[in-house]
Design a protein around this ligand. Structure first.
Ligand code: PMP
Length: 404
């Protein structure tokens, strides 16, 4: 196997949290699909903001307000370049993927969904890309359709084609499954949605840390993700949307910042992105997020992907004959989801934790997907750039003991 040239030890040195003992053992953090750890540069940027620049943004004319505003807006430009949107105004800050999806569901539906319209989601969606659309359907009398999942954890693309029709107004689909690791053929999914005149929202929560994202090339209408899954702070999300759609959609929340002029007789709204950014945002963490993007760019997604693929292959080979793996698609990110015969996933998770190994257990907020496979949940090990094959070996040995 080709060995990656990255200096993983020096990358690990950037992550203070990794260097500790848990239950008397060196921490092995394999819960990266839930949230990644943060490098020093992100922690320092947040600390620097509170120590030197803390002020509310956009409205102040004093120096601190100007510094805070400039740093906040710098992150917007970084995100624009990171996902290659046409304009920085198409980047809206939210508190996470969940809020980004809720924003689109609520606001897009008010503008464009009526009784009898159809919305398509997939059978491997996270709850945060299911429930908002169920609510839209209840409120507006629309109909929810679901793309089935095949045995290896891939979407049934033929069935998808058959679900599409002139009634389809929105397709909301995950790029990379958090529970299985499957990379969906998102470009084809987007093209098919557009061929019937539907709009498409891509849940990119698990994709952005591993894959190059170019929203213009993808031609998606909306793209949602969370900073905390790509080495950034919690409480920051991104919604990318095409200008013409964002301009046509009503505000999601209302109050300060999203207005142009307020009179008791009526209010006019601000331009995008501010129309969708009511109230004081999470200034410090948005500023910290820029350092996370810089961290990823400095390594390069191509190198990250290559190295994580080596980890995935190593772990998959080690698990293959010992456990039942769920999610064996050809195109995958570094996620191993599995069940140990005769052992509840919670027990497995607790026993691994006793050895300092952090994995996620349960339904991973994808209950319908678990039901599809006839299971309650899995043990999920998900890898990031700072994980090592040596850690995987310790993990495989621990799993082997559980199997026995
Ligand atoms: N979609 C996917 C695919 C996810 O993995 C997650 C997080 N587990 C979410 C949506 C929700 O993200 P957040 O909790 O950051 O809003």
């Amino acid at each position: 196997m080709h060995q990656s040239k990255l200096n993983i030890e020096s990358i690990r040195a950037e992550f203070p949290v990794l260097h500790q003992q848990v239950n008397g053992k060196p921490l092995i953090y394999f819960d990266n699909a839930a949230t990644t750890q943060k490098p020093k540069s992100v922690i320092h940027a947040i600390r620097h903001y509170y120590e030197f620049d803390n002020a509310n943004i956009h409205r102040g004319i004093h120096t601190l307000a100007e510094r805070a505003t400039a740093a906040f807006e710098d992150t917007r430009v970084s995100v624009q370049q990171f996902i290659n949107s046409r304009e920085k105004e198409e980047i809206i800050f939210t508190k996470g993927t969940t809020e980004s999806v809720n924003l689109v569901a609520s606001s897009f539906a008010k503008a464009f969904i009526k009784a009898g319209d159809e919305i398509i989601i997939s059978g491997m969606e996270h709850h945060s890309n299911i429930v908002p659309w169920q609510i839209v359907c209840e409120e507006r009398g629309a109909v929810l359709k679901v793309i089935p999942v095949l045995d290896h954890g891939e979407l049934d693309m033929e069935a998808y084609q058959k679900l599409l029709s002139a009634k389809t107004k929105m397709v909301a689909c995950v790029y990379v499954s958090n529970a299985l690791g499957t990379i969906n053929p998102i470009k084809k999914i987007i093209e098919a949605a557009h061929s019937v005149g539907a709009k498409i929202l891509v849940d990119g929560a698990q994709a952005v840390a591993h894959l190059d994202i170019d929203v213009q090339e993808l031609d998606c209408d909306f793209f949602a993700f969370s900073a905390h899954k790509l080495y950034g702070p919690t409480g920051v999300g991104i919604l990318y949307g095409k200008r013409e759609l964002l301009d046509a959609m009503p505000p999601y929340q209302s109050g300060g910042e999203m207005i142009k002029e307020v009179r008791f007789e009526g209010t006019t709204y601000n331009e995008i992105p501010y129309k969708f950014e009511a109230g004081t945002p999470n200034i410090a963490d948005v500023i910290g997020f820029k350092s996370a993007i810089d961290f990823i760019n400095n390594i390069g997604k191509i190198h990250i992907r290559k190295y994580e693929n080596e980890l995935l292959e190593h772990c998959t080979n080690g698990l293959k004959n010992k456990v039942t793996l769920y999610g064996t698609a050809l195109q995958k990110v570094a996620v191993c989801s599995f069940v140990i015969k005769g052992m509840h996933h919670f027990d497995a998770g607790m026993m691994l934790d006793a050895k300092g190994i952090a994995v996620r257990t349960g339904h991973h907020c994808t209950q319908p997907l678990m039901e599809r496979f006839g299971i309650e949940g899995t043990v999920r090990a998900s890898f990031a750039i700072y994980n090592t094959k040596e850690e995987i070996d310790v993990f495989l040995e621990a799993v082997e003991k559980l199997v026995k």
